[in-house]
Design a protein around this ligand. Structure first.
Ligand code: ARG
Length: 458
């Protein structure tokens, strides 16, 4: 069968190698539902504008539904000479309806059709991702109450820094995911604009109503400039970036929990349902899901790079290069969705190893900064207090004791003029209670944030 896009101008049939090279049906078949949705709306608009009759419109919509059924059941044969999903649907329509089917492509090009379809598909996927991000936020929030009494070391440079509530950690991830959701919503606002009706590149001389189609398809608006629209793939790159940031956050979290679940850290037990074993070492329980979440981030980053390079240097307007935008974005969505679906049960199902954490919590002088601030409140300049506490920590290290066990006279010897009230800020629990600043790990601050997120996420 000759391709419907080969007009009378061609003096030969297409070479089969060209067909293999140019086809996209092998990957864009998954757009068939949105393609049919877009075509139905287009047919209705054509009827309202008197470009086809009401009866023709009904026939088209009925046939499109039947074709959807065949695609659902995978009974519609795929043919490379039909290139892509759009031509497959259209050809199936023509096979059924003859000339009526041949009218559907009135005032439409595959250029605006593919852009519209992709926008519809991306919009639905973004909404799916947003729901998963919210579920993951809820999984972290669910831990906050249960883990409220656990103190963990906060790290900088992966060195023990200051004590924080475990809930403060969970809230930190909720914040990152909240930014991911904001970015997603912002991106969605540019995805959700209708391209249909710009036709190939210049618009059309047919009397169409673009707003009608846009409204039918749930778009917020129509694009303003046909040249820009025909060439535009910003919405694809932006979506890929949104997904990349989500993947980066998941990757950092995975790395942290891989570390935390080691014998060396011993902070966390990941549910065995999400761990794998070793074929030779019987004792092994490996966090492969977390490792693969970290590993798969590489492809999401790579997909973004692919898309950026793809559109670099393209002149206006549509160029066939743009067909290559689908596999990377499909892959980024598939990957991030799969990672999120596993992250949710891992976050809610893991358990903190409270005893292990507590047994080493007073190691590492996590209360040194709070002690320094105590001295500053007593009137010492920061640099002086910093130096003094440093010497004190050095002395405590020599004695192999925490600061809270340093005798008062040893402190005074080190040049710290203090009384017994110093012991109110020593030890991790006291240090946490001493925080007061907004956004800190002070228990009341953390409580407030938990309240804030509970209201927002329920
Ligand atoms: N499969 C093509 C794509 O994804 C459809 C557009 C073809 N347009 C054209 N002028 N050849 O970009």
């Amino acid at each position: 069968m000759a391709s419907p896009s080969r007009s009378g101008v061609f003096d030969s049939a297409s070479d089969s190698r060209l067909e293999q090279f140019c086809e996209s049906i092998s990957f864009d078949r998954r757009l068939y539902e949105v393609d049919i949705e877009g075509s139905s709306a287009h047919a209705q608009m054509l009827a309202v504008q008197g470009l086809i009759s009401g009866k023709e419109c009904d026939q088209i919509i009925e046939a499109l539904e039947a074709i959807r059924g065949e695609l659902d059941a995978d009974t519609l044969p795929m043919r490379t000479e039909l290139e892509d999903v759009h031509m497959h649907v259209e050809q199936a329509l023509i096979d059924r309806l003859g000339d009526v089917g041949r009218k559907l492509h009135t005032a439409r090009s595959r250029n605006d059709q593919v852009s519209t379809d992709f926008r519809l598909w991306i919009r639905a996927q973004l909404d799916l991702v947003d729901g998963l991000l919210a579920d993951l936020q809820r999984a972290f929030l669910g831990r906050c109450e249960a883990d409220f009494d656990v103190i963990l070391p906060a790290y900088t440079h992966l060195q023990r820094a200051q004590p924080v509530l475990a809930s403060h950690y969970w809230l930190a991830y909720i914040e990152k995911l909240a930014r991911d959701r904001q970015r997603l919503a912002d991106c969605r606002s540019r995805v959700n604009i209708c391209s249909l009706g710009v036709a190939a590149v210049a618009g059309t001389s047919m009397d169409i109503d673009r707003k009608f189609t846009a409204e039918k398809l749930g778009f917020d608006d129509v694009t303003r400039n046909s040249l820009d629209t025909s060439s535009d793939r910003d919405f694809v790159v932006e979506s890929a970036f949104v997904l990349t940031m989500i993947a980066q956050h998941l990757s950092g979290w995975s790395e942290e929990w891989i570390l935390w679940s080691t014998e060396e850290f011993g902070f966390l037990k990941i549910p065995h349902a999400f761990c794998t074993g070793s074929s030779i070492m019987p004792q092994k329980v490996n966090p492969d899901v977390l490792e693969l979440t970290r590993g798969k981030t590489a492809r999401v980053v790579g997909n973004l790079q692919t898309l950026l390079v793809l559109i670099k240097g393209l002149p206006l307007a549509y160029n066939r290069d743009l067909q290559e935008d689908k596999p990377p974005l499909f892959d980024s969505f598939d990957t991030v969705i799969a990672c999120l679906q596993l992250a949710i049960p891992i976050v809610s199902g893991s358990t903190l190893q409270r005893d292990r954490i507590a047994s080493r919590l007073e190691h590492g002088y996590l209360d040194a900064t709070t002690l320094m601030e105590y001295l500053m409140k007593k009137g010492l300049p920061q640099r002086t207090a910093h130096h003094l506490v440093g010497s004190l920590v050095g002395e405590a290290m020599k004695r192999k004791i925490p600061l809270s066990e340093m005798p008062l006279d040893a402190m005074q010897e080190a040049g710290v003029s203090v009384d017994n009230s110093i012991f109110d800020v020593l030890g991790t629990a006291n240090a946490v209670r001493a925080y007061v600043s907004y956004g800190s790990s002070a228990p009341e601050q953390v409580r407030q944030q938990m309240k804030y997120w509970t209201a927002l996420l329920s």
